[in-house]
Write a new protein. Structure first.
Length: 611
């Protein structure tokens, strides 16, 4: 084991960039690549080498039945993803309807009911904005909604930050009923099974127009929406450091009169280009590069593996992390107004949208630098204060914004509402925050806020003993976070919740000793086995068992052996997406995860049992 840890640590040290970062790819499904082709063609930017490479990536991802999928073992293909890819391949100009891949895709789309059956909001917006569907204004939240203050019983700021930055440009586009075509725009009318066509509606008639809002406020609403977007543009030109909402912003700005070559739009496109990542022969668009997240996690894992804190690798990585601590107030201040900035974000360009998970990851990484360096100690104090201030009133922790948990919004008649509309406490965020507070900050159950957090977590345990994880796949992820969090703040192995969680992990162990869970779990809302073992999920399960057990049990040793063997494999199991974004829509393959979590779990095993 020690040899494997040393080998992995040396390998990772050699992959570090000169600026102290690790720049692994954050690989999403095909949608972002399709959107990139569509936006480049819409703006008439003839970046042919990029368009061809994105087109090649899409073709390589097509399945034998003609479909595209949002995760590898999705049962029947994904209609929205297939339409996006079909459309973008036609729009690229390098494929025709008669080409065998597109003919197969068209057959698949029609077999699923055509364009009318698309459920994804972003898919329908992109189609409407480029002239493939009519807008239906009676099915929209009126743009004037954006004028309601945050003190109002419901406002745009009751949505999660992620939802909000997508909703605002969508409201602008819907209000303007905007569509734009070029000489290259394909015609998808043959994909409509009902030739009369269905209008695009993102909400049904129960929403309607808000009665009593004077129409003269319309111009003010447009200006407010424009200002909302412009004020949240990051230094790299992207909107909130997400590719998807940046693309929506580009269309929204076009709809209110911006020229295709306006500097704001040109900067946004350049920002999107900076999000491209190359892996082998392929290139793809990351929705938000994971540089801060990966660097913080790897720096901490290497320190746990024994890499010297005063050595170049750790000094460079922690210096980078220190430079990325936020200094600006973002939307999080609306519900947390008395706290100074001190968090960290996910992406290198992120200066406005910190999150709890990235902040605790950064603090774990810099902890060992605080004793000798006042700048790190000051950063630690600010970051710790920010994390503590972000605890929700219910006792758990959210991802991005405090108390953004109005359940009414999850009832909106749109597929993504339940997962994206709000930012409530989650088991994985609460567990990981408790783990940080216990193991890194030395806090325990003598503190009332810790007890409140553990009570929230134990009350959210599933009947089978697992916990649902929002930002990873899925029940293995949530159970790992919960068990490591509870034990780190002093909840011992005899606790009933800990016993049930441990027993559940052992019942879902694979025969080969590892663990693996399908992305289907967060659609089915119960554990769904993958049938194979993955590096990250095996490491999460092992790490949880290590936290609970005072000495190794046979199942753990079998898991260690499987984890070590996975480190030497290169196949679909090592590339399976274990990061979660939106259930059934958005999953992520972190190229770093096959290194981070195994290194951490093996180091914890060695440090606890082999000293």
């Amino acid at each position: 084991m020690g040899e494997e840890i040393g080998r992995l640590a040396d390998q990772l040290s050699g992959l570090q960039a000169e600026d102290g970062t690790w720049r692994f790819c954050f690989e999403n499904a095909v949608s972002t690549d399709a959107y990139m082709i569509i936006v480049l063609r819409t703006l008439e930017i003839a970046d042919e080498p990029l368009i061809r490479r994105l087109r090649d990536r899409l073709l390589a991802a097509q399945h034998a039945d003609g479909s595209w999928r949002v995760y590898p073992d999705e049962d029947e293909g994904n209609l929205s993803a297939t339409v996006e890819c079909y459309y973008s391949l036609l729009y690229s100009g390098y494929n025709r309807e008669s080409d065998p891949p597109l003919a197969k895709a068209k057959k698949f789309i029609l077999s699923k009911g055509g364009l009318q059956n698309i459920s994804g909001v972003l898919t329908r917006v992109i189609l409407a904005a480029t002239g493939q569907y009519p807008w239906h204004p009676s099915h929209m939240i009126p743009l004037e909604f954006i004028l309601l203050p945050s003190s109002f019983p419901i406002s745009i700021f009751d949505f999660s930050g992620f939802a909000r930055v997508h909703i605002v440009p969508i409201l602008v586009l819907a209000d303007r009923q905007f569509s734009i075509r070029t000489n290259l725009t394909p015609d998808l009318s043959e994909l409509k099974v009902n030739r009369s066509g269905n209008a695009v509606g993102f909400f049904d008639d129960r929403i309607g127009n808000f009665a009593g809002i004077p129409r003269q406020l319309h111009a003010d609403a447009i200006k407010r929406a424009e200002r909302f977007m412009l004020e949240r543009i990051e230094p790299d030109g992207t909107f909130y450091s997400y590719a998807t909402c940046t693309i929506l912003m580009i269309f929204a700005l076009l709809s209110i009169g911006y020229d295709k070559r306006h500097p704001t739009i040109s900067n946004a496109v350049q920002g999107l280009r900076s999000m491209l990542c190359r892996s082998g022969q392929q290139i793809f668009l990351q929705n938000s590069p994971s540089t801060v997240w990966d660097t913080a996690l790897l720096s901490h894992a290497l320190q746990e593996a024994g890499v010297p804190v005063d050595g170049q690798v750790i000094r460079a990585s922690t210096s980078y992390i220190l430079s990325k601590q936020h200094r600006k107030f973002g939307d999080w201040k609306i519900r947390n107004p008395k706290t100074i900035p001190g968090g960290w974000g996910f992406s290198d360009s992120n200066t406005l949208n910190p999150d709890v998970d990235d902040t605790t990851a950064a603090l774990r990484a810099i902890k060992n630098r605080t004793a000798a360096d006042t700048s790190y100690r000051q950063a630690w104090n600010r970051g710790l204060n920010w994390v503590l201030s972000m605890q929700n009133d219910d006792g758990g922790w959210p991802a991005f914004e405090k108390n953004t948990d109005q359940e009414l919004l999850t009832l909106l008649p749109m597929k993504e509402a339940k997962s994206a509309a709000i930012d409530p406490s989650t088991a994985d965020l609460t567990g990981r925050t408790l783990e940080f507070l216990g193991n890194s900050a030395g806090l325990g159950s003598r503190h009332s806020f810790i007890r409140k957090g553990t009570d929230w977590l134990t009350n959210r345990q599933e009947k089978d003993g697992s916990w649902y994880g929002r930002w990873g796949v899925c029940y293995i992820y949530g159970t790992w976070a919960a068990l490591t969090g509870l034990t780190s703040v002093g909840v011992n192995g005899d606790n009933s919740a800990v016993r049930k969680g441990t027993r559940w992990l052992l019942t879902v162990q694979n025969a080969d000793g590892g663990w693996g869970e399908s992305c289907k779990s967060d659609r089915m809302m119960h554990y769904t086995p993958l049938g194979e073992s993955t590096p990250s999920q095996t490491a999460w399960a092992l790490d949880a068992l290590i936290a609970v057990h005072a000495s190794p049990v046979p199942e753990m040793n079998k898991g260690v052996q499987r984890l070590i063997s996975l480190l030497h494999e290169e196949n679909w199991r090592t590339a399976y997406p274990t990061g979660a974004g939106l259930p059934g829509i958005f999953y992520s393959h972190y190229h770093s995860y096959r290194y981070i979590w195994p290194l951490l779990a093996l180091s914890h095993y060695k440090n606890k049992y082999c000293v």
